[in-house]
Each structure stands twice: as C-alpha cells, then as structure tokens.
Design a protein. Structure first.
Length: 317
C-alpha cells in the first residue's frame, strides 16, 4: 500500500480537466536516510570535507578531537568507540547568515576561487553521514559568538526541513569552552575568531574506534594537506578519555608521490590545468604523478618500479 504524503493533493476521485501543478518536496527524514547516509563517505573522508572548510576559512590551527565513549569497546581490538567528535579551527568564523546556510544540505554559498570545499553538499552531507546531531559554535572578529544546531530528530513527523535548525547566542559555559579551545582570554575575546563543530550520536554503521579513526585521519591529513603543513598550518588530533590523559597525535606533512625524497622516483611530472566553472570562476588544478625507483618499489612489496598517482592532494591556489 502506498501512503500519500500530506503535501500531495487528493485527486483520486476528481476528474482532471486542466493543467495543475503539484508539490514534489521530499520527506526530509527519508531523504536524510536514503540519500545523505548513502553519500559514500567513510568517517575520515567526511572529516576531510569539513577540514577543507577550515582551510578555506584561512585557519592556521586545526584540531580534531575524538571523545571516547566510556565503557564501549570493540571486542576484537579493545579500542573505545567514538562518542563525539570536535573540529576546532581559528579561521575567520561565520556570521549568522552564513552559519544558517552552512546547515542546508544543498545550497549555494559564495566562496573564493581555488577553495577546497564549500558548504553545499560537502559540509552538511559529510557531517550527517558521520553523526545525527551537529552543533556549531562560531565567531567572527568583533562579532557575536553564535551557536547553530540541527538534529535528525528535529525533522519531525511532517517530514519538513522548515524551522528544523536552531540559532541562538552562546551561553557563558559555551563562551568559556570557545576561549579555552581557541586559546584566547577575556581581554582578547572580542577580536578572536574561529569555529568549533561538535558531532554527536555517531553513526554506528561506521563501527570505528577512536584509536583507529585518529590513525587513519592522521595518515589522510599528512598526505592530503602536506602543502599546507609545509607552510605552517598546524594539525593536531586528540583522543580524549574520561579517566585517562589525552592522547595527542601529531600530524606531519608527507608527499604521497615522494617527489621531495631524493632518488625515490625514477620519473616524476607535474602539470597545472585551468578549469572554468559554470559561474565563470577560474580554478587551477595540479596534476602530479611519479614512477618509484626500483629499490623503493621492491621495499613496498612490488617487483619493480611502481607507478603512483594521487588524486586528492589539496593544493595552494
């Protein structure tokens, strides 16, 4: 039996005599489950999309904190599952308009040329592939500290996206947390800027422990963002446990193509392409590849020189 959504007119017993228009607005929760959670992200790729936004916001310090769930352990590895994830950056932050747009699953937000990512599908789909709840604490320099939040449960029985997001001023407790994580005091608070994203109710299908997530994200960031790390942008990954010291994982840049390692390649090449999008904005795309030297190829389990192409290295504009 097919259930007719409430936004569709009942024309079952009516004779249609003229052209009519009808509503095709999707049911928000069904869209969330069937489309967004099937986006193809794993946890690390999703977090990478959010980190792209931090870099686009000119952040010089980016931290990802995995809060380990107390008493919830993987039986095979013994590692604790992830309860919450925090992404913290000192980028330029967001005003109320941009903050609200950042929660919309498909929207057009102006962004600078050669940016790595922008809200639209990236930030929202990535966040809600990882978790059911998202809270953002953000502030521009000399601006108000704002909190925006969205939960899967807020879609409600009507299945509408209308009035599902929440925007409010930050509480004193949230202000204290922002100051601690961004590293500012009361005197410098007004001029401070940055963003903290909290993801909670982590998708159980990801089946990821904090230790594994931290290691995989470290490897991803060290290769994907090595050019930014080389110019001084710092990345830090932290595993936070309730009754133990934090585990800090440093991220160091690593060229996955090994172009910067002497005698590691028998051939290497780089090329730059110019791409013009539908809005007539120009973007540069760097393509690079290498053939590993015989000794390097064998040390990596190959019979001889191995070819290497890396399609997800974030570059400088």
């Amino acid at each position: 039996m097919i259930t007719v959504p409430t936004n569709i007119q009942n024309t079952q017993n009516n004779i249609i005599t003229e052209l009519q228009k009808f509503d095709t607005t999707p049911h928000s929760e069904q869209l969330y489950r069937q489309v967004l959670q099937g986006y193809g992200y794993n946890m690390v790729q999703g977090l990478g999309d959010i980190v792209d936004n931090s870099i686009d916001a000119d952040a010089t310090s980016i931290s990802i904190l995995f809060k380990q769930a107390p008493g919830q352990f993987n039986k095979q590895t013994g590692g604790g599952y992830v309860e919450k994830i925090y992404l913290i950056d000192n980028g330029h932050g967001m005003n109320s308009t941009i903050l609200q747009k950042s929660f919309i699953f498909a929207t057009k937000v102006p962004h600078k040329n050669n940016s790595l990512g922008f809200f639209g599908a990236g930030g929202s789909a990535a966040s809600f592939t990882i978790a059911d709840n998202k809270t953002v604490l953000t502030k521009e320099a000399n601006g108000q500290l704002l909190v925006g939040s969205l939960s899967k449960d807020s879609f409600g029985e009507k299945g509408s996206f209308k009035d599902t997001g929440v925007l409010r001023p930050a509480s004193n407790k949230e202000k204290a947390m922002f100051m601690e994580q961004i590293g500012v005091d009361e005197e410098s608070f007004d001029e401070s800027h940055g963003t903290i994203i909290e993801l909670s109710a982590i998708n159980s299908n990801l089946n990821c422990t904090a230790k594994r997530a931290a290691k995989e994200l470290r490897d991803y960031c060290s290769e994907t963002y090595h050019k930014f790390i080389d110019i001084g942008i710092s990345f830090k990954i932290v595993i936070k446990k309730d009754e133990a010291d934090d585990v800090v994982v440093d991220v160091k840049g690593k060229d996955p193509l090994m172009h910067n390692i002497k005698d590691a390649t028998s051939y290497k090449h780089k090329d730059t392409l110019l791409y013009v999008d539908s809005d007539n904005n120009s973007h540069t795309i760097e393509i690079a590849y290498s053939i590993l030297a015989n000794d390097v190829g064998r040390s990596r389990g190959r019979g001889g020189g191995g070819g290497r192409a890396h399609v997800r290295v974030a570059g400088l504009g």
